[in-house]
Design a protein around this ligand. Structure first.
Ligand SMILES: CCCCCCCCCCCCC/C=C/C(=O)SCCNC(=O)CCNC(=O)[C@H](O)C(C)(C)COP(=O)(O)OP(=O)(O)OC[C@H]1O[C@@H](n2cnc3c(N)ncnc32)[C@H](O)[C@@H]1OP(=O)(O)O
Length: 311
């Protein structure tokens, strides 16, 4: 996989090389079994395929067509350029595999789902680096939000900012009912601004009023609060999270793929199209914003604060 990663990094760095339309058409991911028909238990037990790269562990249960993508980038699953590249490679593999119809995103790191964008990628780097990084962030969102597969976030830890975006981009969110875990778009607390497509994704999940208040205050919501405002769909004890996620996907997959996929596409198209149409402009906005001295100072202070909290 190490040999593949730089190639994909280059492909991601060039606009339009991984077009969303390269995915199988909505109706192309044909159900290999009639919706709702039970499978032979022996198949369920035997057909498991695993592949992994450095930061993402993927396991595909070929019997059910459900894959699990486990984020494993210690210490906190921050979304670095390398991480995002590996993430997109893994997701593309699954998307192109007609046998895979649903994906669970979860974390292999205790107590942390993802700490969001890797802040060090946004500090004192070259313009070229910022462009490449931001294109990779866009790519992750375009791929997850526009996926033909059923996507479920099994949120087994805290999930600020970019981590929350990943969860928001799924079809369904289940969080471990641990009051210490928090989730939200807390960018304002860092002195930065959530881009329009983060905001649009959030609004589509929780509604305008809740999103506006939460974004302006940079809220990190506890798990029970996240459930109350609709940021997550349900809370379950941590040990039941994976089973629950698989059960939810199975329920969604009982419907004909084409009807579900076209409905999903209809609901998300406007928001996706907006970024696709303004991708380069969005990258330039990011660069102008992140290279401001005041923003660099804010990020620096935030990183210092994280270190002090630890010490
Ligand atoms: C007109 C309008 C124009 C608008 C234009 C807009 C343009 C776009 C602007 C920019 C948009 C950017 C969007 C950004 C999105 C993001 O995702 S920013 C990241 C936000 N993330 C956070 O705030 C999380 C910070 N981390 C934490 O709160 C905690 O670390 C944790 C995740 C809760 C875990 O806590 P704990 O287990 O106690 O671990 P720590 O000791 O705190 O951390 C361990 C080490 O990890 C480092 N670290 C943590 N998070 C990050 C991170 N996100 N990136 C990089 N590194 C991180 C932390 O510093 C520790 O490091 P060491 O001290 O070296 O061990």
């Amino acid at each position: 996989m190490a040999a593949v990663a730089p190639t994909l990094a280059r492909r991601i760095a060039r606009p339009g090389m991984l077009p969303l339309c390269s995915r199988p058409q909505a109706w192309g991911r044909a159900a290999r079994q009639s919706p709702g028909l039970p499978r032979a238990p022996s198949l369920l037990l035997t057909q498991r395929r695993a592949f992994s790269n450095n930061k993402i562990l993927v396991e595909l249960d070929e019997g059910s067509g459900i894959a699990t993508m486990k984020l494993k980038s210690p210490p906190v699953n921050s979304l670095s350029l390398d991480f995002l590249t590996e993430f997109c490679i893994s997701l593309e593999k699954l998307e192109n595999n007609r046998g895979c119809r649903g994906v669970i995103f979860t974390s292999a790191i205790p107590k942390i789902f993802s700490s969001g964008l890797d802040i060090t990628e946004m500090c004192r780097k070259s313009t070229e680096h910022y462009a490449e990084f931001w294109r990779a962030v866009q790519e992750m969102w375009l791929r997850v939000y526009g996926s033909n597969m059923v996507t479920v976030a099994a949120i087994n830890g805290s999930s600020p900012a970019g981590g929350c975006l990943l969860a928001l981009s799924c079809d369904y969110r289940i969080m471990a009912e641990n009051p210490k875990f928090s989730i939200g778009l807390n960018e304002a607390q860092l002195g930065i601004v959530a881009p329009f497509w983060f905001k649009d994704t959030f609004v589509n999940v929780v509604g305008h009023r809740v999103a506006e208040r939460s974004l302006q205050l940079g809220c990190l919501h506890s798990a029970p609060e996240a459930l109350r405002i609709g940021l997550v769909d349900e809370l379950v004890p941590e040990e039941k999270l994976q089973d629950k996620a698989a059960a939810v996907i199975a329920q969604w997959l009982a419907l004909p793929d084409h009807a579900r996929q076209l409905t999903k596409s209809m609901m998300r198209k406007l928001v996706l199209d907006r970024l696709v149409a303004h991708r380069e402009e969005d990258i330039q906005n990011f660069i102008s914003f992140i290279t401001k001295e005041s923003i660099q100072k804010s990020l620096h202070m935030y990183m210092e604060m994280l270190k002090k909290k630890k010490g």
